[in-house]
Design a protein around this ligand. Sequence first.
Ligand code: TMP
Length: 235
Amino acid sequence: MTKLEQLYEGKAKKVYKTDVEDVLIVDYKDDATAFNGEKRGTIVGKGVINNRMSNYIMKQLEKEGVPTHYIEELSDRETAVKKVQIVPLEVIIRNVSAGSFAKKLGMEEGKKLLCPTLEFSYKDDALGDPMINSSYARALGLATQEEIDTISKYAYKVNEVMIKYFESIGIELIDFKIEFGRYHDQIILADEISPDTCRLWDIKTREKLDKDRFRRDLGNVEDAYQEVFKRLGIE
Ligand code: TMP
């Protein structure tokens, strides 16, 4: 496969065309942003960790029946993926109160929820990714009810698989954000799953091992990403 011209540069990844139909190459950067790009920085080695971790998790999810965009890891930072049309929804699942949920509801962080929650944000940087519900998504033509049902089913399945997996390596899955794409007639998991897009706390100490260390200037950002990567035990 040949990497052709760059199609797009996002906040954390670049996307390239290839000579194969329906296949793109994503290239993960060390750039980090928060608060809709207001805060900028670099997390050294993040691109490699996020690429390899995301691929590893997507492979596990495929085995558990969740279709993903993953095709092949090409290098430490590059992966071949299926070219999808991204559904403009950020799909967020929460198991424990944290972040915007805790703030909105005046709750302390770290309280176990009685059941996982599912929420959608409309992917629009200019609007600051506002939270919407499924009827907004239908009314705005962002997704059909059938697509929303499929997305919700897969999102809960991703949660189930990831809770168990992270627990086995001493990590509590607090919450995460995923995105889906349309590939021919199918809805598949796209984008990435990494410490950029999940809240991951050490089970024993509840130390934050994710991008909140960067967002909140908690220090030891690189160490936290490395710790998660080490525990994953990826060859
Ligand atoms: P929140 O508590 O700030 O709404 O974040 C919920 C989850 O979504 C958390 O795991 C971090 C992740 N997230 C992203 O991946 N991208 C984003 O732009 C935001 C705001 C959150």
